[in-house]
Ligand binder design. Structure first.
Ligand code: SF4
Length: 345
């Protein structure tokens, strides 16, 4: 469904005239019907990656293939198909909804722009059908955004995205503005929609604890690069990269008593300036395992298990892989047969 190959996106830094590489050599693929989670701290490049996939930004180099079509460098005029294939769901649906438009009109607006239905009864029926799909009754069509809860607004945002019958939804932190109980409801909704409509998701989040409940595979980004990617069961429960392990340690435990008895363990140190990343492994300024080679050489992403890739000199060596002869930033191994990937319960 989606394949990114060595994608880079730079933004000019006015004060220095240099380039800030928000996304720096990212490669991954997403199978049709799969959910890939992309996690990392603020500023790691995950939201820029989301924008590149739906072409709100154009990549500086590399290749992005979506449903068999190249996106990079193609003029906007030739991307009409993209809006019908991939849709972005925003973090704050309130900001993306016109406060003066009732919910029904907001959904109908999308149907009209993309000429999906005839005005009148067909349009009203489709609006009601979309509301039903996201678990809202037809009564919601006459309400204004300010009359809705955060979870209801996010459901409307998803209904608007579904109005064009896309194959891929890119969800950029869709849960972060919601209460924990509402987050679980939206996760269940997304699971149901994936099954009913055969959708593919790229799910962006800073919360490793949340993506483990939804995603088939998880990619962890740090300062514009993927440092670990693999099945949720391995990245969530048997993380190998020191940064992923630090993210795990920072996830609050669901049991309040256990959480209170535990020492809070945020990821140590500060995120370096993305405009001036450290040489070698970008995580070496915060990594408890850093060695000389880490300060010198950028570790390549290497395959250390079934469909499980990690960019770390020390972890690779512990698995009997020498990183000396490999080039950083690429995928030295071909992806495994997707049918071998772990099913999410
Ligand atoms: Fe830490 Fe070195 Fe691995 Fe980077 S390469 S994560 S600094 S051990």
């Amino acid at each position: 469904m989606l394949r990114l190959t060595d994608v880079r996106k730079g933004f000019p830094v006015r004060s220095t005239g240099e380039e800030l590489w928000a996304v720096d050599g990212v490669s991954f693929e997403v199978e049709r019907g799969e959910i890939l989670g992309i996690v990392g701290e603020s500023g790691c490049g995950k939201s820029t990656t989301a924008k590149l996939i739906v072409r709100l930004e154009d990549a500086s180099s590399g290749s992005i293939h979506l449903a068999g079509n190249e996106l990079v460098g193609v003029s906007d005029r030739d991307l009409g198909w993209l809006r019908r294939t991939a849709q972005l769901v925003f973090q704050d649906p309130y900001a993306s909804l016109n406060p003066r438009l009732r919910v029904g009109a907001a959904i109908a607006e999308v149907l009209r722009v993309h000429e999906r239905t005839q005005r009148g009864k067909e349009e009203r029926d489709r609006v009601n059908e979309l509301l039903g799909l996201v678990g809202l009754s037809a009564d919601f069509a006459s309400r204004y955004p300010h009359e809705l809860s955060g979870g209801q607004r996010q459901r409307v945002g998803i209904a608007r995205a579904l109005a064009v019958e896309p194959e891929l939804l890119v969800l950029d932190e869709p849960l972060s503005a919601l209460d924990v109980s509402v987050q679980a409801e939206i996760v269940n909704l997304l699971k149901r929609l994936r099954t009913e409509l055969g959708l593919t998701y790229v799910f962006i989040s800073h919360d490793l604890g949340m993506v483990r409940h939804l995603c088939d595979r998880i990619a962890v980004m740090y300062l514009g690069q993927i440092v670990e990617i693999g099945p949720w069961s391995q990245v969530a429960d048997a993380a190998l990269h020191p940064y992923t392990q630090a993210l795990h340690a920072a996830v609050p435990l669901p049991d309040p008593e256990l959480e209170a008895s535990r020492e809070s363990r945020p990821v140590p140190g500060e995120l370096p300036d993305p405009a001036n990343p450290p040489p070698g492994c970008r995580f070496h300024t915060r990594c408890p395992l850093a060695e000389d080679v880490c300060r010198r050489d950028d570790p390549p992403l290497v395959r250390l298990g079934t469909d499980h890739d990690v960019a770390c000199h020390v972890v690779a060596r512990e698995h009997g892989v020498c990183t000396d002869d490999l080039t950083a930033g690429g995928h030295p191994n071909q992806p495994d047969d997707p049918s071998e990937r772990a099913e999410h319960p």
